[in-house]
Ligand binder design. Structure first.
Ligand SMILES: [Zn+2]
Length: 896
């Protein structure tokens, strides 16, 4: 028998979906009273509690969650009993442990009043109530409320909240919580108070409180049924010029959700607050969204097109949660994708409708391919609905969010727009005010559309990315084309064998002139006279026959990326080049270019490893030139088409990821393209100079994007003329998109201007934290040697603080997760750096520490030397005493 090590004693507990049971007690109302001071805030909580009639438990013990709380007093008053006296509980009435408070022998109906004390200033985990830049704010999802007060902290306990906040009047003139403001007043000693009431029952993870000295920008929105909703955006006074974009996006979102999903807003006001220190992007608290300032503040001088675009998506996302998440919420945290997958799908559709649909789809797929596919193939692989977790914060993943959105998108593809809308209407109607499961969502879709999605549920149960193989045959005499599809999914941790998935595969056929053929599909999923069909692959192997095809067609497969799968059948380069030039499906045309580039990259990597001289395929240069000079192609899309697959995606496609070779080959191709197409690139760069003020619209964004793509290729030539063009752009542009594009190119290449430009940029923007984050990020991602040394010295810069998650992400995160070649330096310095940062961050903010470990998640995909060094660092982390559950879970699973 093994001796008990300190690790196994403290090994955190795993929570399983199969152990779910309904809450034993329900809370009908919560009356909260906050007396705010920075280091000692008193929270009085009055809960009206009753035994849950649906619970089969005979226990009369009430278990409440609580963490880092100082318990001051508890009183209990039984309701409906003859001796309904208020009883002050003593230590013999309850059991107080590290993370729970169990009160024994409680009646069926009672009022519980608990007073606790907390220290917001010392709360650096940024969960619960904390201080950020002199304001109080909260983050309660998933389990932050238990750091505010003792409570059954689970989403299926929904209560009506009334909240009163007391605070210093001068420092905290603005006091906010969920719902409607019902009362306020002064109370002497320069303090004041405000009461808020939320008319909708909600789980405690949607509770929010904000207190601060804030500027408020107001607007108003009239709903489809004529209700006026007051919109308030609260920011620090210095940011008052950065509000316009977010408010415009909010109004766009409100209109879009009415038109597209029939969802109207339900309170008299909607508030957004920008906060500097925030672990996530934003939080959908009922009526009071709290945003990471980087996801809401924008001005042309300080924000890039990408920022504007992202803000639009996130404002939409949080707003859409008002229905998909708040009105209908999750029964338990295993159902997280019920609200997140659905809401990401909704925000993607919104962004797609507001901007270029093809570019949005490419962005969505890039996230999947660059991050989700590797998660699905690694030690942290988990189904869209996980079966178990140690720390739920670790499951706010690309799988739950982005693959979850793909799963909803596939339902949309199978049902069509109208059918999907019928299903979602029914879901919201049936479950309004309830905490439900993924099955409830899928059942609503099924019953409104008379379709059986039971096999489809495998997408929720099984981890791993399915692989699709295809083969084709053409019978010229019978004019018949046959496509055979096969599916396979590799084992993932805890799931050795997989059942077949139900996979919608959108296809089209082209003739040799690149024209679309009309389809005549025989059999079950018949589709005739259409330009494209959705094939439903349900079996391990399935054959689809198309009649009246007069010549051997070229297959356009998985249009719009209709399922999150990998196509593993290798196609001849000539076919990929043909599709890159001709596919009428924008997504597939881009994708063919990516596959062609990937194929070339992978074979050049082999050449490079064998020590051969590299040569770039002439056909590829020609295909690239055609795209570059294709004036009918939308600029944003063209810019995407001219990009090569990312280093991390290429690494995933290699059996052993040789990050040095990947980096060298990718740069070699870029240099060759620049050499061969220099004149074309320069012409295009010069033809899209925009005059006039910055505007956030598709046309201008597309022009900036193509222009900066051309400049990035030209800079590969290491020619002093282009360095100068870059400096000119850096100095003379009126918008951050062009300034930062130029500066990051200067920082990426050896030239005489880089240090001066970096210094002048800092000089100009030192007062703006969000702009300085960009300054950190471009230095952390520089491909020049000694970047790690630079990162280390920047950690001592006065503008850096490890307590601010945005700074950690910009500097440490971008280096470890975004600078593949340097992070994986064969001397192991990057690995050692990451381990050190994880350990020091874990003591302050475990959520942020745990996310950085991703840098090690693929450690088995590298050569022995790198594997060993990564493992040593993982071992070093896990042997540390007092590790958080967050870090423990990720490291132990990564090592398993
Ligand atoms: Zn969300």
């Amino acid at each position: 028998m093994d001796s008990l090590t300190s690790e196994s004693i403290s090994e955190p507990k795993t929570i399983f979906l199969k152990n779910y049971s309904v809450p034993e007690y329900l809370v009908d109302t919560v009356i909260l009273d906050f007396d705010l001071t920075e280091t000692k805030t008193t929270v009085r909580s009055e809960l009206k509690i009753r035994k849950n009639p649906a619970s089969e438990s005979n226990s009369s013990n009430l278990e409440l969650n609580g963490q880092n709380l100082k318990l001051i007093a508890i009183t209990l008053e039984a309701i409906n009993e003859p001796s309904s006296l208020v009883k002050t509980l003593t230590e013999s009435d309850y059991l107080l442990e590290n993370e729970s408070l169990v009160i024994s022998d409680v009646p069926e109906f009672f009022i519980l009043i608990i007073t606790t004390e907390i220290n917001p200033k010392e709360n650096l985990a940024l969960e619960g109530l904390y201080l950020s830049s002199n304001m109080f704010c909260t983050q309660c999802e998933a389990q932050g409320f238990r750091r505010i007060s003792y409570f059954p902290d689970r989403p299926d306990v929904m209560a009506l909240f009334t909240v009163t906040i007391h605070a210093d009047k001068q420092h905290y003139p603005i006091l906010l919580s969920n719902g409607n403001k019902t009362d306020s007043g002064d109370e002497g000693k320069n303090r004041h108070w405000v009461t808020w009431q939320d008319p909708f029952p909600k789980p405690c993870y949607l509770f929010a409180l904000v207190a601060g000295n804030l500027y408020c920008q107001q607007d108003v929105f009239t709903t489809a049924s004529g209700q006026n909703v007051d919109l308030y955006l609260y920011v620090e006074h210095e940011n008052k010029h950065k509000c316009e974009h977010a408010l415009m996006c909010l109004k766009q979102s409100m209109t879009w959700d009415e038109e597209t999903f029939g969802r109207e807003y339900d309170l008299n006001n909607f508030m957004i607050v920008a906060v500097n220190d925030f672990n996530m992007g934003a939080m959908e608290n009922k009526g009071l969204n709290i945003f990471n300032s980087s996801c809401v503040l924008a001005s042309p001088e300080t924000s890039t097109d990408a920022d504007y675009y992202r803000i639009q998506g996130i404002i939409g996302h949080e707003y859409f949660h008002n229905w998909s998440g708040n009105r209908v919420t999750c029964r338990d945290w295993f159902q997280l994708s019920l609200k997140e997958g659905f809401t990401v799908f909704r925000d993607q559709q919104f962004s797609s409708d507001m901007n270029s649909a093809a570019v949005q789809r490419i962005d969505d797929v890039n996230i999947l391919r660059n991050a989700q596919f590797s998660q699905d193939a690694g030690p942290m692989a988990h189904p869209v609905r996980p079966q178990e977790y140690i720390e739920i914060s670790n499951f706010y993943t690309v799988t739950v969010y982005n693959k979850g959105a793909e799963v909803v998108r596939m339902i949309h593809t199978l049902l069509g727009n109208k059918g999907f809308r019928k299903g979602s209407d029914s879901y919201f109607k049936r479950h309004d005010g309830q905490a439900v499961t993924v099955e409830d969502f899928v059942n609503a879709m099924e019953s409104e559309n008379n379709i059986d999605l039971s096999q489809f549920m495998n997408w929720y149960h099984q981890a791993g990315t399915p692989k699709i193989e295809f083969s084709e045959s053409y019978d010229a005499q019978a004019k018949r084309y046959t496509l055979t599809l096969k599916q396979f999914c590799a084992a993932t941790p805890g799931q050795e064998t997989k059942k077949d998935f139900h996979i919608p595969i959108r296809v089209g056929l082209l003739n040799s002139n690149g024209e679309t053929l009309s389809l005549d599909l025989s059999g079950e999923d018949s589709c005739s006279g259409e330009q494209e069909c959705v094939l439903e692959l349900k079996q391990n192997e399935q054959r689809f026959t198309f009649d009246n095809i007069s010549e051997k067609p070229v297959l356009s497969l998985l249009r719009g990326f209709s399922a999150p799968v990998k196509i593993t059948t290798q196609r001849p380069r000539s076919e990929m080049a043909f599709l890159f030039a001709n596919d009428p499906d924008d997504f597939n045309r881009w994708n063919a270019g990516q596959e062609l580039a990937l194929d070339i990259i992978l074979s050049l990597i082999k050449e490079h490893q064998a020590g051969h001289d590299l040569k770039l395929d002439k056909e590829y240069v020609n295909a690239f030139r055609k795209t570059l000079n294709n004036s009918s192609l939308d600029n944003a899309l063209k810019s995407q088409a001219l990009g090569l697959p990312s280093e991390s995606y290429i690494a995933d496609q290699c059996h052993i990821a040789d990050t040095d070779a990947i980096h060298d080959v990718r740069i070699f191709i870029r240099q060759q393209l620049a050499k061969n197409l220099e004149a074309d690139l320069l012409t295009l760069y010069n033809s899209f100079t925009i005059s006039g003020d910055y505007q956030f619209n598709a046309k201008d964004m597309g022009q900036r994007s193509i222009r900066n793509t051309c400049l990035s290729y030209l800079m590969e030539l290491d020619n002093a003329d282009y360095h100068k063009i870059c400096v000119e752009q850096f100095k003379n542009s009126n918008n951050m998109t062009d300034v930062i594009a130029a500066l990051s190119l200067l920082v990426n290449h050896d030239n005489e201007y880089r240090e001066n430009c970096l210094a002048s940029f800092y000089e100009q923007w030192q007062h703006d934290a969000l702009v300085i984050d960009k300054w950190f990020a471009i230095q952390a991602t520089s491909r020049l040697p000694a970047t790690l040394e630079r990162v280390k010295s920047l950690m001592n810069h006065s503008a850096f603080t490890i307590k601010n998650p945005n700074k950690v992400r910009a500097l440490i995160g971008r280096f470890c997760l975004g600078n593949i070649a340097q992070f994986h330096n064969s001397d192991g310095s990057g690995y050692q750096f990451l381990a050190e940062q994880v350990l020091s961050l874990d003591k302050l903010n475990p959520q942020i520490a745990a996310r950085l470990i991703q840098g090690f998640s693929q450690w088995r995909n590298y050569n022995d030397n790198r594997q060993q060094m990564m493992k040593q660092n993982l071992d070093k982390i896990i042997s540390e005493d007092g590790l958080s559950k967050d870090v423990y879970e990720i490291v132990s699973k990564t090592l398993a």
